[in-house]
Design a protein around this ligand. Structure first.
Ligand code: DD3
Length: 329
């Protein structure tokens, strides 16, 4: 029963036509207005590939670095799962080419109609060197970070880097992705915005991935959390689960709710992914279950400012060099 509900196609938002007409004005990192629209001209036709950063036959994706009109860009292409609700159309509406026949076994190449053969595409442009590095396949190392390491190595590093979270502010201020918001609690202290992470194409709940972004702008990561944030964390946990049950018919028992340490952006956010979907970054070396975080803060209000935390860093991460310089690695 629950599985049927989970498997069914996610209903298209009623306001889809409205979205096509209305253009969401958003500010990019440089404060320029950027326009998003639906059926737009192909900005990738002029893409000049310089390097394949990584690819995966199993995940059916490829990360490419290149240029769009003289600007650095990262393009991510990914084949999406086959949806159960499209099977009838796929089987009847395709062309089938026989590859080989042997006894009771046949293999074919099926050419699907274009609307069932879409490739999810993400473009980051202009991309910084950080973006390019992020997707380059690299070895990683587990770092052991004491509370002191955090204050003397990690904190100065992230402050000096000043990673832009303009896109997060755009979401909180409804300058971008406003129509994608699943739930919002506007309270300045315990409030948050829940919306699909853009890794998720929202076509099927099997790989559900939402993020809760907190309204407060002064919490960088897990390290900043103390017992004074318990009402905020409990609010996200409760209301986030309720909203997902309402919208996607997924009960809390099907959800993995966690924070990353280190996060990819230093504005507190919580990940909601479907259990059974091995979301990138959900491994034990990076994910901290929200339920555990809450309990730990209950038993020790300063748990996350004092405990040693472990996390992986890629070989080319600037923070790793800092740990090496400090002879902590
Ligand atoms: C990001 C982490 C950040 C490249 C890529 C992703 N969900 C986002 C902007 C808007 C978003 C996200 C940075 C950036 Cl591929 C560099 O992620 C986003 N909007 N994760 C949503 N909904």
């Amino acid at each position: 029963m629950a599985d049927t509900a989970a498997k069914r196609e996610i209903e298209k938002p009623v306001n889809e036509e409205i979205q096509q007409v209305k253009r969401a004005k958003a500010e990019d990192e440089n404060g320029r207005g950027a326009e998003q629209e639906s059926g737009c001209e192909n900005i990738l036709s002029g893409f000049k590939t310089s390097k394949v950063l990584s690819d995966s036959a199993r995940e059916k994706n490829i990360f490419i670095h290149g240029k769009i009109a003289d600007q650095d860009a990262v393009v991510i292409l990914e084949k999406t799962p086959i949806r159960e609700d499209s099977l009838a159309e796929l089987l009847s509406g395709s062309t089938l080419k026989l590859e080989m026949r042997n006894d009771i076994y046949c293999t074919y190449r099926l050419q699907a109609p274009p609307q069932l053969n879409e490739i999810k595409t993400t473009v980051v442009c202009p991309a910084t060197e950080k973006h390019v590095k992020k997707y380059q396949r690299k070895e990683s190392f587990l770092v052991e970070e004491t509370g002191e390491d955090y204050r003397f190595i990690t904190l100065p590093y992230i402050q000096q880097q000043s990673f832009s979270v303009q896109w997060v502010y755009n979401i909180l201020e409804k300058k971008a992705e406003a129509e994608r918001i699943v739930y919002e609690d506007p309270d300045p202290d315990v409030g948050f915005v829940l919306l699909p992470d853009f890794k998720w194409d929202q076509k099927q709940v099997d790989d559900l991935y939402l993020i809760a972004i907190v309204q407060k702008r002064d919490i960088k990561s897990l390290r900043d959390l103390t017992s004074e944030h318990l009402p905020l964390l409990q609010n996200i946990f409760q209301k986030g689960k309720e909203a997902i049950l309402q919208r996607y018919a997924l009960p809390a028992s099907k959800l993995r709710v966690y924070l990353h340490y280190q996060p990819s952006y230093y504005h507190l956010h919580v990940h909601f992914t479907k259990l059974g979907y091995e979301a990138p970054g959900c491994g034990v070396e990076r994910a901290h279950l929200l339920a555990d975080v809450i309990q730990n803060l209950w038993s020790d209000p300063r748990y996350y400012s004092t405990r040693t935390l472990y996390f992986p860093l890629r070989a080319d991460d600037g923070l790793l060099s800092k740990f090496k310089e400090a002879e902590r690695l």
